[in-house]
Design a protein around this ligand. Sequence first.
Ligand SMILES: Nc1ccn([C@H]2C[C@H](O)[C@@H](COP(=O)(O)OP(=O)(O)OP(=O)(O)O)O2)c(=O)n1
Length: 124
Amino acid sequence: MGGEGGGEGDVAEEKVMDISLKDLAKKLEEFAKARDWEKYHSPRNLLLAMVGEVGELSEIFQWRGEVDKGLPNWEESDKEHLGEELSDVLLYLIRLADICGIDLVDAATKKIVKNSIKYPPKIC
Ligand SMILES: Nc1ccn([C@H]2C[C@H](O)[C@@H](COP(=O)(O)OP(=O)(O)OP(=O)(O)O)O2)c(=O)n1
């Protein structure tokens, strides 16, 4: 199950396993390669695609007013839709970082440290 070079269908089977951002980046690279879409996956195109997906994500919340944490009153289908749009944003972000040669886990870990220095915890 899973492992290097696993097909697209393997993602669901790997649900219970830890999948790293690197694994997802590899799957996205394989997805693009298999369709000869690498030529379209330039940094600018990926950025625009990601922003487009952020727009689709925003539409889900549009006109709903404030939404309670955990989305208690939402239909399951709406929650599923939300999960898909969040995933599209994440996947384009991962692909964008990969294409730009940015190690997202490393960069994000360093940024969290930087944030904690900039905003020290409140001492009561
Ligand atoms: N050139 C492309 C096109 C799509 N995808 C992948 C990344 C996203 O996860 C998903 C986006 O697919 P769609 O553009 O079909 O967007 P949606 O799934 O949101 O469909 P729709 O816009 O019809 O709701 O597919 C990709 O990697 N490269």
